[in-house]
Design a binder for this molecule. Structure first.
Ligand code: HXC
Length: 258
């Protein structure tokens, strides 16, 4: 788990990824997203890991795609290379629950990356925005789509068209973040949330996130059907028998992940 642009730690069942390019406010260079994709692949494949936390530094989660790297790209570079979501989209396709813990700037691609996680926790210092318009481009990794679904057209349109930043309180009111945490406790709290999730049945946590995630992809009727089928399928698990049995017997459940 040695990388140039990120730090990866395993804390019991939790994989903790810290974006680590402090000199560039964690700008998402090709090197960084290559490291991130590889770490996510490894944590997803590691049977001991039940949830993944992605965080940055106190100053920045990530200040966007790396502008110095991007500036000279041609249309063909961007199109043929499928710039840039091919690699960092890996966070959105994780099957294990993911948490983005955001302190400081989450701008452009940084905000888009955070929105790919299942749960977004913000430090009181967090600032979110899609400033692409100020550098002559538009969001390219979900900033016009996930942001609009998360906070609605009125605010998304204003943020995308003006490049204005939202502070943590506004982001929470708008529904972008699950919760605000004091900056000094952010990472520990994110790991605690991840550990709590890891205490439940692994396949059930995966089904729960899959079902909520599909709410953004399907009609209500199809989504309800998928939910019901997944719900039914939990009855095939030993963990469902254990969970309900433990409740009835007034004892803590011991989930086995099967
Ligand atoms: C490359 C960046 C960077 C970025 C900051 N840096 N953001 N380098 N790409 N996105 C570098 C600066 O050049 C500087 O390096 C160092 O980090 C510190 O930044 P400062 O600007 O000196 O810090 P500060 O004055 O505190 O301002 C912080 C900031 C500002 C407000 C976050 O850095 C900023 O506006 N950054 C750009 C934000 C942005 O436009 N992001 C969207 C990118 S487009 P040096 O070497 O000078 O010290 C995008 C498209 C996504 O994300 C599309 C997805 C497909």
């Amino acid at each position: 788990f040695a990388y140039e642009n990120i730090l990866v730690e395993v804390r019991g069942p939790v994989g903790l990824i810290r974006l680590n390019r402090p000199k560039a406010l964690n700008a998402l260079s090709d090197g960084l997203v290559t490291d991130l994709e590889d770490a996510l692949n490894r944590l997803e494949d590691d049977a001991a890991i039940g949830a993944i936390v992605v965080t940055g530094s106190e100053r920045a989660f990530a200040a966007g795609a790396d502008i110095k790297e991007m500036q000279s790209k041609t249309y063909m570079d961007a199109y043929l290379g499928d710039f840039i979501t091919k690699k960092w989209g890996r966070l959105a396709t994780c099957r294990k629950p993911t948490i983005a813990a955001v302190a400081g700037y989450a701008l452009g691609g940084g905000c888009e990356l955070a929105m790919m996680a299942d749960i977004l926790l913000a430090a009181d210092t967090a600032k979110f925005g899609q400033p692409e318009i100020t550098i002559g481009t538009i969001p390219g990794a979900g900033g016009t789509q996930r942001l609009t679904r998360a906070i609605g057209k009125a605010k998304a349109m204003e943020l995308v068209l003006t490049g204005r930043m939202m502070d943590a309180a506004e982001a929470e009111r708008a529904g972008l973040v699950a919760r605000i945490v004091p900056a000094a406790e952010l990472v520990e709290e994110a790991v605690r949330v991840a550990e709590k999730i890891c205490g439940y049945s692994r396949p059930v946590t995966m089904m729960a996130k899959e079902a909520v995630g599909r709410a953004y992809e399907m009609t209500l009727t199809e989504g309800l059907l998928l939910e019901r089928r997944l719900f039914h399928s939990t009855f095939a698990l030993e963990d469902q028998k254990e969970g309900m049995g433990a409740f009835v017997e007034k004892r803590p459940p011991q989930f086995k992940g099967k």
